[in-house]
Design a protein around this ligand. Structure first.
Ligand SMILES: *[C@@H]1O[C@H](CO)[C@@H](O)[C@H](O)[C@H]1NC(C)=O
Length: 299
């Protein structure tokens, strides 16, 4: 019942995404597409602001990363907690052998469940010895050897969502150990946050990452709760704008709709993150996945 109605919405969605997406440097298809579709530019102040790119960069975290939105793979949407070092290595191999790496899909991001349930004697984060026996440094070396980058996961709370150690109040030490392992990307989640505001919990990790001297992409995942587009530009390289995606057409289109309103806050250095793709995971049709894949770069 629902599907035909939602399908009808698609052209509208794509159209809206095109219209409100900021024209990234030298992206003339916006104007061309608008002409093709005979969209008259609306001469309102709000719309003019959407196209105002003069603040790009100035408003964003200046760590030299995220000049374009991050692309790659993350373990969660398919493997959830069932990960191990072989899965990560195999995925790195697959990114190269399928040609995706050549297209720019270069981040191999480990999500929750990589770490031991307890910190070490010196309070340091440890990889789970059963699933990551060779350690994260070895994995980073492997991934780097393929010309790819390795991402890891932690949480701006006392535990991760799967109840592994969180990095709240351990920001300096955890950032230092990630850097020492050669990590290139941190997804920073929002579980067990003690009710402290994201604006207070996310900047300390930004500063800790910066002080390692290693360039580490900082991906905020506070689920869009405190409208991060309004403040996270100076904190992270991307910020989740919504709750978690599900592998359904309804979830995907809902997220695309909600994400749209923040388009003007995205730009080189800091991007809206509508959550990770579900393409290939089985919950949508091929055509729906194709739409999903097409809408995400517009977000
Ligand atoms: C740390 O922050 C300073 C000031 O924004 C910036 O110039 C520098 O590139 C940053 N370094 C890293 C490694 O992110």
């Amino acid at each position: 019942m629902e599907a035909p109605r939602l399908r009808l919405r698609l052209p509208f969605l794509l159209l809206v995404a095109l219209v409100v997406s900021p024209p990234a440097n030298g992206w003339p298809p916006v104007a061309a597409a608008a002409r093709r579709m005979r969209i008259e530019p609306l001469p309102t102040a709000a719309l003019r602001r959407l196209y105002d790119t003069s603040n790009y960069g100035k408003l964003q975290l200046n760590n030299g990363l995220a000049l374009t939105p991050q692309m790659g793979w993350n373990s969660w949407n398919f493997f959830a907690c069932n990960i191990n070092e072989a899965v990560i290595r195999d995925t790195a191999d697959a990114l190269v052998s399928t040609g995706l790496a050549d297209l720019g899909y270069n981040y191999v991001n480990i999500d929750d469940c990589w770490s031991n349930v307890k910190r070490g004697k010196g309070d340091q984060l440890l990889p789970d010895p059963k699933t990551f026996p060779s350690g994260i440094k070895a994995l980073a070396d492997y991934v780097h050897g393929k010309g790819l980058k390795l991402g890891i996961y932690s949480d701006a709370g006392i535990f991760t969502c799967q109840v592994r150690p969180g990095s709240l109040y351990h920001e300096k030490d955890d950032a230092a150990i990630f850097a020492s392992w050669g990590v290139d990307y941190l997804k920073y989640d929002n579980c067990y946050n003690l009710g402290i505001k994201p604006k207070d919990r996310y900047p300390p990790m930004r500063d800790a990452l910066n002080s390692t001297g290693r360039q580490i992409f900082y991906s905020l995942c506070e689920w869009g709760q405190d409208d991060p587009a309004l403040w996270a530009g100076k904190v992270g390289n991307s910020w989740r704008t919504t709750d978690d995606i599900q592998d359904t057409w309804k979830s995907m289109t809902d997220i695309a709709d909600k994400n749209n309103k923040w388009a003007s806050y995205a730009g080189p250095g800091g991007w809206n993150d509508p959550d990770m793709l579900e393409v290939g995971n089985g919950g949508m049709t091929f055509a729906e996945y194709r739409a999903h894949f097409s809408i995400w770069p517009l977000s």
